[in-house]
Design a protein around this ligand. Structure first.
Ligand code: AP5
Length: 220
């Protein structure tokens, strides 16, 4: 296989976005993050964004048919020669749809990388997250900007995501365990699962991730 088709798996706040940005920059792969795409639709008040908003605010999954159409469309447009997915698939139905779409083009997944972090660390990660409108990520404890509340990169004001309040995060974690965690076994059974310990500092996580991806058949 001469293209890299990667999935980042993991619970809310595990560091998929943090690690995904580094992988995107280093590997030059189109980075398709469902949460970011849905938030863009919501901000533009597209029909999809309007339909998705209530689910997102409640910490629930947006229905499969909407998300599958969105992501397969993005892969057709931007991911024809490889991709890095963050936040998709999130249900076995989404995983089946992705697998079938790739197979229909004689393509296949390279790996599904699980960024593994236990629940008790995730509440602090998510409730302390701050980001600028362009998506640059910070944390009030683990990754502080030089000036409190202001993005180092573009000087924009940092905000808290509306689904990063504790009660919504608890619901997102419940949904993760019910609907998304089964994908760990799904990809393990297909010989595609790679796991990294996401509890360590972000640089150490990234070093492990690169090491895990540097297996011969992935040919980075
Ligand atoms: P989405 O935006 O995908 O949220 P998520 O999967 O819950 O993941 P997060 O973005 O919260 O966390 P992350 O793992 O990227 O962590 P990050 O790197 O930011 O989805 C939002 C919503 O959209 C869903 O609830 C759902 O409604 C909908 N949706 C999306 N995809 C869908 C789908 N496929 N199907 C249906 N609905 C869908 O890091 C978090 C914080 O921790 C940051 O502050 C960061 O600085 C810090 N941090 C990161 N790494 C470390 C580290 N190693 N040590 C210390 N701090 C760290």
């Amino acid at each position: 296989m001469n293209e890299l088709n990667l999935i980042l798996l993991g619970p809310p706040g595990a560091g998929k976005g943090t690690q995904g940005a580094r992988l995107r920059d280093d590997l030059g792969l189109p980075y398709l993050a469902t949460g970011d795409l849905l938030r863009e639709h919501r901000a533009r008040e597209t029909p999809l964004g309007v339909q998705a908003a209530g689910y997102m605010a409640a910490g629930r999954l947006v229905p499969d048919e909407l998300v599958i159409a969105l992501l397969l469309g993005e892969i057709s447009e931007r991911g024809k020669r490889g991709f890095l997915l963050d936040g998709f698939p999130r249900t076995p139905g989404q995983a089946d749809a992705l697998g079938a779409a790739l197979l229909s083009e004689s393509r296949e997944l390279s790996a599904a990388v699980l960024v593994d972090v236990p629940d008790d660390a995730l509440l602090e990660r998510t409730t302390g997250r701050r980001q600028c409108p362009d998506g640059h990520l910070y944390h009030v404890v683990f990754d502080r900007p030089a000036r409190a509340g202001v993005c180092d990169v573009d000087g924009k004001v940092l905000v808290q995501r509306d689904d990063d309040h504790a009660e919504i995060v608890r619901e997102r974690l419940r949904v993760y365990h019910d609907c998304t965690a089964p994908l760990v076994d799904y990809y393990r059974a297909r010989g595609l699962l790679l796991r990294v310990d996401g509890l360590r500092p972000a640089d150490a996580v990234y070093a492990s991730l690169r090491e895990a991806l540097a297996v011969p058949e992935l040919a980075l």
